[in-house]
Design a protein. Structure first.
Length: 654
């Protein structure tokens, strides 16, 4: 069945979709890789990713966010400001004091509908249901926003949304093999219990055993294996993995994720004479510094299981029996190693393990005890919730440009927009015993988070560094899918292998567990295979075409199903009785059939708007929608639901 409005409107045409998509999607440019030495194809690919300069990296995340916000914020109708902007915590004190001192105006508080939709998407990964919208509208309590925040953070849906986030971040995919089941249960457990994130990270850095069966933390290291050969030359098959390369890859991984530092370049060469245009801090670091950081895993071994003449290349045993990091060993994926000290030394403060301390235990202690760990984590979550980090990119801290200084190199500026605020966020996170829920609650409870994306008056690009308005973000692939499920009341049915089928993507153990058009849909909107670090996908015409024509969308707006459209149509007779009774109660007379029918159809339009866009239709939208329903109620209701899903407003988090 082809679904089309068959009339011109501001919400239904593909042209409107494409225009909105174009203005937001064309902002991110592909990075051009630098020249690389003659290496294996795998080494070339890794080197290209590691050595992209800042000039080649395309627009910054902050500039993209600023442009998208300016161009897209008006797609959602404005709501009355929800009272004065109060300073609710230290975030507000820092941001609004800075704006006040510099004469920068800011937006008012978002209206209740805008805030409800935003908080639901950010905290539980979906839009609010029809019932939740109506309930929030009726709630007259002055603290209803804080009550909503606490309820969402305490929900199972919060655990599902953020489990999926951390599984993407830790790349818990096929390279973990069967162990990803264990890793997922472990991730859900620590999020449910709100276990100290420092303890979680210590597990990721120190656990050892048969990774797929008893040590979820060890899977994080094991997934970065670099395969050395297809068949072993040694009887015990311990030569199937290149140990030094695997350690190097993992050192780069945890540097990015846990410290916000990209150490990839100095894994091949010194920073001096290479990184002056990229990262001033790393120009002072050498390849030997990288070796000594990698040496915290110098005693660690990763053994690929070899059973009955076959390699089980996602089954590993991780232990600590080696003599140290081999600084002269052969490399498969980077330039030859040239030797140097292999005594472990933490790259941020030159500290070494205590006498008798296991090197990996020392790394966990030094890393989680350094303020940069708390900074990098707080900044990453801030970026997820606020649309852009205080430091961008979130895995590219330049610590030589962290604070203002008089001797800053020419052409460089301070990197963080608010370095002292990020420090305070980090210290607050640390003082909460690294409570993830506390960190999220602190950010979303601030007035800064609750500002409107719409700005009264003239917006100037320099205001974006002040967080003077809400940054608009396009929905991620998972949020978009699960928002469609919520809007249409038609869940998917996706296998989680050993578990019951699930209806939301955020409930999946692995995004690879969906196939066909749903898989194509998710990939088009940015879902990756978890082989690479997660990132926002640039927009494309494919996305627009899938929203308009994919069965993932079309099957959810059928009038003969059990979804939103079908349920509304099945309830029409009952709605007519209710509408007639209401009319008689208000006027004392029986309504004409046309009056009853008009009330029923207005009700259908309102429910579709509330369930899809989390707001009521404007008068002009109501008129157009009623026109669409006038000829054929069934076809018109399908068309309206389809049109609202394709309305550019649906695709963004305001």
């Amino acid at each position: 069945m082809l679904i089309g409005i068959g009339r011109e409107s501001d919400w239904a045409t593909a042209a409107a979709w494409a225009a909105a998509a174009g203005l937001a999607f064309s902002l991110a440019a592909e990075a051009a890789p630098s020249d690389t030495p003659s290496l294996t194809p795998e080494a070339v690919a890794r080197a290209e990713r590691a050595h992209r300069s800042m000039e080649d990296a395309g627009p910054s995340a902050s500039s993209v966010a600023e442009q998208v916000t300016v161009q897209v914020s008006g797609l959602r109708p404005s709501e009355p400001a929800a009272g004065p902007v109060q300073r609710r915590n230290f975030i507000d004190e820092a941001l609004f004091s800075k704006m006040e001192a510099d004469g920068v105006p800011h937006a008012g508080l978002a209206g209740d509908g805008e805030f409800l939709r935003r908080a639901s998407l950010d905290l539980i990964g979906r839009i609010p249901t029809l019932e939740e919208v109506l309930e929030f509208e009726r709630d007259a309590r002055p603290d209803k926003r804080q009550s909503l925040i606490d309820r969402l953070i305490g929900s199972e849906e919060f655990v599902e949304r953020w489990s999926y986030y951390f599984e993407d971040l830790f790349r818990a995919g096929n390279r973990m093999g069967h162990g990803k089941n264990l890793f997922r249960y472990w991730t859900r457990e620590w999020l449910t219990l709100d276990r100290s994130y420092a303890e979680v990270v210590a597990d990721l850095l120190t656990q050892g055993a048969k990774s797929s069966h008893s040590a979820p933390g060890a899977l994080y290291f094991a997934r970065d294996f670099v395969k050395a050969k297809d068949d072993p030359d040694e009887a015990d098959a311990h030569d199937l993995v290149n140990r030094a390369d695997s350690i190097d890859e993992f050192t780069i991984t945890y540097g990015k994720v846990l410290l916000g530092l990209n150490l990839a370049c100095i894994s091949c060469h010194d920073g001096q004479n290479h990184l002056e245009q990229v990262n001033l801090y790393l120009t002072g670091k050498t390849r030997e510094d990288f070796f000594r950081q990698a040496a915290f895993f110098g005693r660690t071994r990763m053994i690929m299981n070899w059973e009955n003449g076959f390699q089980a290349n996602t089954e590993y045993t991780v232990d600590d029996v080696e003599p140290g990091y081999p600084t002269l060993s052969e490399s498969i994926v980077r330039v030859p190693r040239t030797g140097g000290s292999n005594a472990p030394k933490f790259i941020l403060n030159d500290r070494a393990p205590e006498p008798g301390e296991m090197p990996r235990d020392a790394l966990a202690r030094l890393l989680t005890g350094h303020l940069q760990f708390a900074r990098a984590t707080a900044n990453r979550i801030w970026a997820e919730l606020m649309g852009v980090g205080i430091v961008e990119p979130v895995d590219g801290f330049d610590l030589a440009r962290y604070y203002p200084r008089d001797d800053m190199a020419d052409g460089w500026a301070v990197q963080p927009s608010h370095p002292h605020l990020l420090d305070e966020l980090a210290r607050d996170f640390r003082s909460s015993n690294f409570s993830f829920k506390h960190l999220v609650r602190t950010i979303v409870s601030s007035s800064a988070y609750q500002l409107s994306s719409q700005f009264p008056g003239e917006w100037k690009p320099e205001y974006s560094r002040y967080f003077a308005r809400r940054n608009v973000k396009m929905l991620s692939s998972v949020q978009l899918h699960d928002a469609m499920v919520t809007a249409t009341a038609v869940p998917g049915s996706y296998s989680n292998k050993s578990e019951e089928p699930v209806g939301m993507v955020r409930q999946l153990l692995d995004p690879a567990y969906v196939s066909g058009e749903v898989s194509e849909f998710l990939r088009a909107f940015g879902q990756q295979s978890r082989d690479q670090f997660p990132e926002r996908a640039p927009g494309s015409s494919l996305q627009a075409m899938l929203m308009m024509n994919s069965r993932t969308v079309l099957d959810r707006v059928q009038s003969d199903g059990a979804g939103r459209v079908g349920t509304l149509l099945k309830g029409v007779e009952g709605d007519r009785i209710v509408a007639a009774a209401a009319w008689k109660a208000a006027t004392g007379s029986e309504p004409a059939a046309v009056q009853t029918e008009a009330a029923v159809r207005r009700g259908i339009v309102e429910k579709l708007y509330l369930s899809t866009l989390s707001r009521r239709p404007l008068p002009s939208e109501m008129d157009v929608a009623l026109g669409a329903l006038s000829d054929d109620l069934s076809q018109g209701t399908e068309n309206l639901q389809w049109a609202l899903l394709n309305k550019p407003e649906f695709l963004f988090n305001y």
